[in-house]
Ligand binder design. Structure first.
Ligand SMILES: *Cc1c(COP(=O)(O)O)cnc(C)c1O
Length: 394
């Protein structure tokens, strides 16, 4: 009998945990990976450039460079533009730590500029106010999947002769004023971690229209060496030169085969994320005290995350209570993010402090990320809403 109550010893009502994000991998993806495992090239082979070309085509970028993670992609971008000791790079506080860490990897100094209170995207005015004679670049983060205000950011970086880097790890498939994410900044960074829009297990990509940046990143991902093994094999040569200090940030061919297979499905997946988001938006318009982040009118949002703010004075309970109740119901909600400047590392090393970015800090007390991923069916979406309604109307 399948419909016993849990109290009768039957299956618990919430036997499965609903994650906040999850990859979709089908038989076609698996076959694509197996094919490469049977081939001659497991790494630095033909699938890498095939994936790079398909990705560049998808976002409409001139060059795409694939690396081993989104973090490696950020580091490669920061290296490509020549960040070094004493250089300042402006970053927002509401992001994954890797955005700022990439600056530190190159001995640069991350300078935190506050986010807009409603979108939690880097506020261009706040960023401009932080520019000094040491500033070299701004890294904008398309938080949750919404593109930043690139017109304003570009005006600022052009006026002050700075490089604009987009941490677009949340925003693959999004557009700003009809223009695709991946073409909006000088360098645009993506991640293929399983919770992101497409996955290669671990993996990352940088897109750019600048051939020098692309070349520097290709060398950087391969120990700073000017030719890779595949190129030397083709040329029948053993000689190589190391011209920079680089890393092993290479991605494997079987990962790229997975990425290639995944990219075919990306459009449909973004559409499904947008459908789920639309339903959430409609539902929350009737619930006071739970407010989705503001969406600008000139964007198509890729919804890596669906973030709501819990307003305690209206809902009668705080974010922690909502978080704990949803977790108890098997809904694996999350908080994105602890403001980066409040991590002990940054406070100790760079003297950052509570009060430095008030909008980001206030948001951090209120935000919660609800499950959103393409494989969620309508029952899953209803389960989130129903679980929420049970305790907020008590
Ligand atoms: C995921 C993510 C990264 C890092 O990507 P990894 O592939 O996990 O290294 C960097 N920045 C943001 C905003 C991310 O969401």
């Amino acid at each position: 009998m399948s419909n016993h109550l849990a109290a009768d010893g039957g299956k618990p009502v919430c036997s499965t945990i609903l994650p906040y994000g999850r990859q979709s991998v089908d038989e076609e993806d698996i076959q694509a990976v197996i094919e490469v495992l049977r081939s001659d090239w497991l790494t630095t082979g033909p699938k890498v450039s095939e994936f790079e070309n398909a990705f560049a085509d998808f976002v409409g970028a001139k060059y795409a460079v694939a690396v081993s993670s989104g973090t490696a992609a950020l580091h490669s971008a920061v290296f490509a533009v020549g960040i070094g000791p004493g250089d300042e790079v402006i970053v927002p506080p509401i992001t994954f730590a890797a955005t700022a860490n990439a600056v530190v990897f190159q001995r640069g100094t991350p300078i935190f500029a506050d986010v807009d209170a409603d979108t939690l995207l880097l506020d261009p005015c706040k960023a401009e106010a932080k520019i000094t004679s040491h500033t070299k670049a701004i890294i904008a983060v398309d938080y949750a999947g919404q593109p930043c205000d690139y017109d304003s950011l570009k005006r600022i970086t052009e006026r002050h002769n700075l490089i604009l880097i987009a941490d677009a790890c949340h925003a693959l498939g999004a557009t700003y004023k009809g223009q695709k994410v991946g073409t909006l900044a000088d360098l645009n960074v993506f991640s293929f971690h399983p919770v992101k829009h497409i996955t290669t297990g671990e993996g990352g990509m940088i897109t750019t229209s600048n051939p020098q940046f692309a070349e520097r990143m290709r060398i950087f991902r391969n120990h700073g060496i000017t030719t890779d093994y595949h190129q030397r094999e083709l040329q029948g040569s053993w000689y190589y030169e190391m011209i920079n200090l680089g890393y092993n940030y290479r991605i494997t061919d079987f990962q790229c085969a997975l990425g290639l297979s995944q990219i075919n499905k990306l459009k449909g997946w973004v559409k499904r994320r947008q459908e789920i988001a639309k339903f959430y938006h409609e539902t929350f318009s009737d619930i006071s005290g739970i407010i989705p982040l503001k969406i600008n009118t000139n964007v198509s949002h890729a919804y890596h995350l669906f973030v709501v703010r819990v307003i305690k004075s209206e809902l009668g309970m705080d974010r922690s209570k909502v978080f704990n109740e949803l977790r108890k119901a098997g809904i694996s909600v999350n908080v994105h993010y602890i403001p980066v400047h409040l991590h002990p590392f940054y406070q100790k090393k760079f003297g950052t402090y509570l009060g430095l970015c008030p909008h980001g800090e206030k948001a951090y007390e209120q935000i919660i990320s609800l499950p959103i991923f393409p494989a969620m069916n309508n029952n899953d979406v209803h389960r989130v809403i129903d679980s929420l309604k049970i305790f907020i109307t008590k």
